[in-house]
Structures are given as C-alpha cells and as structure tokens.
Design a protein around this ligand. Structure first.
Ligand code: HEC
Ligand code: HEC
Ligand code: HEC
Ligand code: HEC
Length: 174
C-alpha cells in the first residue's frame, strides 16, 4: 500500500472520534427547531427550563401590596427610578430582617433587610474619576449628584442626615 494512504487513515480516525464524542456529549434533544438551521439550534428542553426558572427580583409592584406609602413617597423623589430591591435585597443571610416570611407566603426568593452603611450609597454617589457625572434617560441628560466620600461628612452614616426614600433630608421629629 502506498505511504500516501497513512494520513488519510489518520484524518478518518479523527473524524470518527469527533462523531463519537458528539454522540456522547450532545444532548439528544439538541436540534434545529422547525428546520430553522440559522437561528433555532438549541436544546429543546431548555425552553421549558427557562419558562420554569424562578424570578427573584419582583420589582416595586410586589412591595407595593404592603408598602404603598413608601412606594408613593419614593415616586416623587430623586430615587424614583431605583427599585426597592436595589437597596433592600441582602445577600448575607445575617442581614435579613423582614418581619414577614415572604418566602413561605409569597414564594419570594430574596432576603430583605436594611443596610445603613455608607457603602450602600457610595455604590452610586461616590465620585470616581472613570464615572461620567451625567447619564441619559428618556427625559434627557441628568446630572448625577456625586460626593467625595472622603470629604463629605466622613465617618457619619449618610442616613443620619439624608432621608433615603425622599432623597432629601431628615427633618426634626422624624
Ligand atoms: C405581605 C406584606 C409585605 C410585603 C409583600 C412586603 N413587606 Fe416589607 N414589611 C411588611 C410589614 C408588615 C413590615 C413591618 C412594618 C413596617 O416596617 O412597615 C415590613 C417591614 C419591612 C422593612 C423593615 C425591616 C426592618 O428590619 O425593620 C423593609 C426594609 C421592608 N419591609 C422592605 C420590603 C421590600 C423591599 C419589599 C418588596 C420586595 C417588601 N418589604 C414586601 C410587609 C410586607
Ligand atoms: C436608595 C436605597 C433605597 C431604596 C431605593 C429604598 N430603600 Fe427602603 N431603606 C433604605 C435605607 C438606607 C433605610 C434605613 C433608613 C434609615 O435608617 O433612615 C431604609 C428603610 C426602609 C424601611 C424601614 C422603615 C422606614 O421607613 O425607614 C422600609 C419599610 C423600607 N425601607 C422599604 C422600602 C421600600 C418598600 C422601597 C421601595 C418603594 C424602598 N424601601 C426603597 C434604602 C432604600
Ligand atoms: C442604585 C443607585 C443609588 C443608590 C444605591 C443611592 N442613590 Fe441616591 N440617587 C440616585 C439617583 C439616580 C439620584 C437622582 C439623580 C441625582 O440627583 O443625583 C439620586 C439622588 C439622591 C439625592 C438627591 C440629590 C439632589 O440634590 O437632588 C440624595 C440626597 C441621595 N440620592 C442620597 C442617597 C443616600 C443617602 C443613599 C444611601 C442610603 C443613596 N442616595 C443611595 C441613585 C442612588
Ligand atoms: C452630617 C450630615 C450628612 C451626612 C452624614 C451626609 N450628608 Fe450628604 N449632604 C448633607 C448636606 C447638608 C448636603 C447639602 C449641602 C452640600 O452639598 O454639602 C448634602 C448633599 C448631598 C448630596 C447632593 C450633592 C449635590 O451636589 O447637590 C448627595 C448626593 C449626598 N449629600 C449624598 C450623601 C451620601 C452618599 C452620604 C454618605 C456617604 C452623605 N451624603 C452623608 C449632609 C450630610
């Protein structure tokens, strides 16, 4: 046999190996749905998987059922576009403090609590050299009020002075 056949056998062996690997690893329902080979290559069972995927963040409407006053209050404030969960979802179970078990009664999956540290506010309000001070919304360009946390009342919790739900100031007796 001519030595020229040898590389042909090697190529054939590689092709066979690839087919075997494909059969073993590609799930049986991975196919082109409705014969659409351009956009519909996927594992068909994944459709149901994502339909059943539990939604964690439910938005303001969910909190509104019981906290309608706060939802109304925040709507008129500088924090109107920020969801309650943005500040109140706690990822350390130790910070969980919601008095009602939302998991049991509502199938709600996040832990709700209160974070009063400066860190919470710095996430959005700290001046950073690489963060532009303006952002664009449907109503035009908004200037984001940023503070230098090393100078702006350093060492005191922001919520000592600021009322976070009105994005204004706390007043005496409140
Ligand atoms: C079924 C009613 C109900 C729902 C839904 C609900 N809450 Fe509450 N929540 C309460 C009650 C009652 C209290 C105790 C009284 C109060 O502080 O207003 C409370 C207290 C709180 C507190 C104070 C916790 C503390 O440590 O004192 C926070 C923060 C809070 N809720 C946030 C939320 C957020 C955010 C949502 C939406 C994701 C939400 N709640 C959904 C009923 C509810
Ligand atoms: C920008 C962050 C932020 C957003 C947005 C926010 N909260 Fe708060 N919330 C806080 C902080 C911080 C406190 C603690 C305030 C304090 O100690 O003065 C607090 C306190 C609370 C409390 C305790 C009682 C009170 O009135 O102080 C409740 C209840 C509450 N928030 C519910 C909500 C709900 C409902 C929403 C959405 C409508 C919401 N919060 C949106 C940061 C936020
Ligand atoms: C998720 C981002 C976010 C977080 C967290 C956040 N803020 Fe804001 N804050 C905003 C936006 C957006 C505005 C509206 C634009 C502006 O005025 O800068 C705003 C506005 C404000 C204003 C009004 C500024 C003015 O003069 O009009 C104050 C005061 C304020 N925030 C304080 C706080 C405090 C205190 C905290 C922490 C408890 C906090 N914010 C947490 C995004 C945030
Ligand atoms: C001791 C009270 C006090 C504390 C603590 C405090 N602030 Fe303020 N803050 C003020 C006062 C007073 C003003 C208005 C005058 C000024 O701009 O300094 C203000 C203004 C602001 C403004 C608007 C700035 C602007 O350009 O109009 C933002 C945003 C703000 N603070 C965020 C924060 C954040 C975030 C924290 C915590 C990291 C914080 N503040 C801590 C008293 C306080």
């Amino acid at each position: 046999m001519s030595h020229a056949w040898r590389p042909v056998f090697v190529v054939l062996a590689v092709v066979v190996a690839m087919l075997v690997v494909r059969v073993i690893f590609v799930p049986s329902d991975f196919s082109a749905k409705n014969g659409d080979y351009k956009y519909q290559w996927h594992r068909l069972a994944s459709e149901q998987f994502w339909k059943d995927f539990p939604v964690k963040h439910k938005g303001r409407e969910f909190c509104q059922q019981c906290h309608s006053e706060l939802v109304d209050k925040i709507k008129d404030s500088g924090h109107q576009n920020i969801q309650c969960e943005n500040c109140h979802a706690m990822f350390e179970p130790a910070k969980k403090s919601h008095p009602i078990n939302l998991k049991e009664d509502f199938g709600y999956l996040l832990d709700i609590g209160i974070e009063r540290s400066r860190e919470l506010c710095k996430r959005c309000h700290a001046e950073l050299s690489y963060r532009p001070p303006t952002y664009t919304t449907s109503k035009g360009t908004v200037t984001f009020k940023m503070i230098d946390p090393t100078k702006h009342n350093a060492g005191v919790e922001c919520v000592m002075c600021h009322d976070v739900h009105t994005a204004g100031f706390k007043t005496a007796g409140k």
